[in-house]
Design a protein around this ligand. Structure first.
Ligand code: ZN
Ligand code: ZN
Ligand code: ZN
Length: 353
């Protein structure tokens, strides 16, 4: 097998979704590290913070009050990046200076009234309520005629620029397809036209057969460190059934989505016994009213940590100017995640809450 030979020498790997390459340099993992050491952000121990605008009963910046909610709470972002009623304008000078209005709706969804309750420590019942809220938001926004794409994403931790530790995600819905979903849309369609099959269904089958990059699975979902991973411990969560969006999940599948996301986030926290920072988000079919048979629901996790709770990967130099590069192989990353327990380190006997 050429793959085993590749594993010991510098090589590149192709991402069939983004159609980009990543360099892998397995021989460099022994390189000494003299870079910056990140401080470990202290976990908020309080269940309620009077200064947190996402905690129930507190005031937000523009005078709105966050109500005394019980499960999840969704509201329009007080400082939205996009506006629903922006005037439609176009600008084009010689095809070089090109701009146009982008209309959109930005929402914030709080996972729980509890300030300290992070995703991996939520109960399966609480997670089910969150997944129902995601699906309901997706459906409601998809029904707005001019909305063509809905992006649900979570930035976790100061390292990822999260401005508030209260567990929440954002939902941005806009009038055109953003760059990455647009590229994936092309890749998924092209694959379906050529092979009369689904790129991600076929990819998942391959990964399940080889099982060297699978980190966790249940009856409805699998988590894999993708063959083409860029971030050290990047993962891809794939539905086992060929469906295009969260609103198509059955009740049982919603429970199992909560289960699989909790398992991977527990493994993440256990890896360096820290609140593992990441950006995560779902990729779902466009909401332009067309049928999107080529689309396959999935979630990406992009965590920046590399060697410990304090050493992160930077995307600089060659990665900004050439291609992304990694030393730790995706297979080694999968093995590390597989070795991490699915019992949260804070829930183990003898640990402080
Ligand atoms: Zn809070
Ligand atoms: Zn599929
Ligand atoms: Zn994707």
């Amino acid at each position: 097998m050429n793959f085993e030979k590749l594993l010991s020498i510098p090589h590149k790997r192709f991402n069939p979704l983004s159609r980009e390459w990543v360099l892998v340099s397995p021989h460099r993992t022994q390189r000494p590290w003299q870079g910056i050491v990140e401080k470990v952000p202290a976990a908020p121990a309080v269940t309620y913070d009077p200064d947190c605008y996402l905690c129930p009963g507190n005031n937000r910046a523009n005078g709105h009050e966050t109500p005394h909610y019980q499960q999840t709470y969704t509201f329009d972002n007080d400082f939205p990046a996009l506006l629903p009623d922006a005037e439609p304008l176009q600008h084009d000078e010689q095809g070089l200076l090109v701009g146009q209005t982008e209309r959109g709706i930005c929402r914030v969804l709080c996972f729980s009234p509890r300030h300290d309750l992070t995703f991996p420590r939520m109960s399966l019942r609480e997670l089910r309520a969150l997944i129902d809220a995601w699906a309901a938001q997706f459906s409601a926004l998809a029904q707005i005629p001019w909305i063509r794409y809905v992006q649900i994403f979570e930035n976790r931790g100061e390292l990822m620029g999260a401005s508030n530790p209260h567990p929440h995600c954002q939902i941005w819905a806009n009038a055109t397809l953003p760059n990455l979903p647009a590229r994936e849309d092309e890749s998924l369609r092209a694959y379906r036209t050529e092979k009369h099959s689904c790129l991600l269904c076929d990819y998942l089958q391959l990964e399940l057969q080889r099982s060297e990059r699978i980190v966790s699975q249940n009856d409805a979902f699998a988590v894999v460190v993708p063959f083409w991973a860029v971030w050290p411990f990047e993962t891809l969560v794939l539905s086992k059934r060929h469906i295009a969006s969260l609103d198509q999940l059955t009740g049982e599948e919603r429970d199992l989505l909560g289960d699989i996301l909790r398992r991977i986030t527990i493994r993440y926290d256990n890896l360096f016994e820290t609140r593992f920072p990441y950006s995560m988000g779902f990729h779902q079919c466009p909401t332009d009213g067309e049928s999107h048979e080529a689309w396959h629901l999935h979630a990406h996790y992009s965590p920046p940590l590399l060697r410990s709770a304090t050493v992160r990967k930077f995307m600089v130099g060659y990665e900004l100017l050439g291609s992304p590069q990694r030393d730790l192989t995706p297979e080694a990353a999968a093995a590390r995640l597989l070795a991490a327990s699915e019992t949260h380190y804070l829930d183990r006997a003898g640990s402080k809450p």
